[in-house]
Design a protein around this ligand. Sequence first.
Ligand SMILES: Nc1nc2c(ncn2[C@@H]2O[C@H](COP(=O)(O)OP(=O)(O)OP(=O)(O)O)[C@@H](O)[C@H]2O)c(=O)[nH]1
Ligand SMILES: [Mg+2]
Length: 411
Amino acid sequence: MENVVIVFADKELMEEEQQEFVELIKACDMDIQQEFIQTLREINFRTYIGKGKCEEIRDYLIDKEIAHVVFDHDLTPLQIRNLEEYFQVPVMDRTELILAIFEKRAESRVARLQVEQASLSKLLPRLIGANTQLGRQSGSGKNKGAGEKQLELDRRRIKSRISEVNRELKKVELERMTQRKARQKSDLPLVSLVGYTNAGKSTILNRMLDQCAGKEEKKVLEKDMLFATLDTSIRQIKTKDGDEFLLSDTVGFVSELPHSLIKAFHSTLEEVKYASLLLQIVDASSSQHMKQMEITQETLQEIGASHIPMITVYNKCDQCDFRYPQVSGNDIYMSAKEGIGFDELYQKIHQMLYPNEMKVHMLLPYDQSKCMAELIRKGHILSREDDMHGISLEILLNEDLLKKYDMYIKK
Ligand SMILES: Nc1nc2c(ncn2[C@@H]2O[C@H](COP(=O)(O)OP(=O)(O)OP(=O)(O)O)[C@@H](O)[C@H]2O)c(=O)[nH]1
Ligand SMILES: [Mg+2]
């Protein structure tokens, strides 16, 4: 664990935002030694915070073992450099903190490449800025200083690594496109879990797998920490009513998710665009859930998925006052942890995936019983009775099936 000092500085200081920042710090295995808070009247373009606060922090840092000074805000390369020079301790801004968490968590090759791409793009402008300043110190022109040469080398290396990583990521996108085409052929609809980090997306996927029985090895990581999931996993779900669909779990959203990260995680987030239905998972027990829903909406817009039909799942109702299980329009109130509300969720998923279905009564003669296979697969049987006349069904049918089996429908 690293010892760090944190700095909150903003025009308005919101307690919940500070709390979220502390969670991010914890997620990065950092131990907070001291907090500094400043309400900013105006931003100092050289150091972001004011001169007095800078002095206070520098005095605190003397003779202490502090690995980083972390700001709950993004800083310009110039501000970072000035602050580092002044404190003589490395400075991290919010984007770098989130990147550091992602770096710790990234396990799959794709996640690693994406994190590397984002870190390098963040690093490059810092080196470019450094050059102009060093250039002045070491005398520019023909006799470049050693420091400057080194910087130019670093910069070139970084640029070539960025192109390499980009090429790798392009390959991944192609692979994913091929997989996507194969999936589309399988004819199963894709449902995507989206929402703020730590809302319970992975838990919901795992509980649904439980209900498909015996798929322990297919489970994904669910954990009480920010950004437990960093890559997209897709699993096949079969409900007890016989519905089958693919369910994808992906990286959670967070406020001010750095743009560079959204760009770098393009191939992961892109999967969401191909879903027929989104399940927005909300941590209903968080006092911030309205704000978190707004952020989810904005992020969906940014990745081009805001037009996809959506069910809003208010999860963790066991920890707050909402009545559950409860369905209200396209909203579901449930508790994934207690396993309550899943039947309601499955029904809603079915309705949303097959909006043009109609409930009908059918009488299928026994000599037509081979049609049952298709009706079981594509229809949604609510009740079945076999008697001397044939098979009586109460069933939901889509438009195609309604036409095809019209002669057996009781009018
Ligand atoms: N009390 C309660 N806790 C829950 C419920 N659902 C999930 N959790 C807990 O919330 C924490 C986060 O769950 P995850 O499923 O990992 O959340 P996630 O949305 O996948 O998070 P990221 O992968 O970080 O985006 C875990 O500790 C879960 O046990 C619930 O219905 N009630
Ligand atoms: Mg997760």
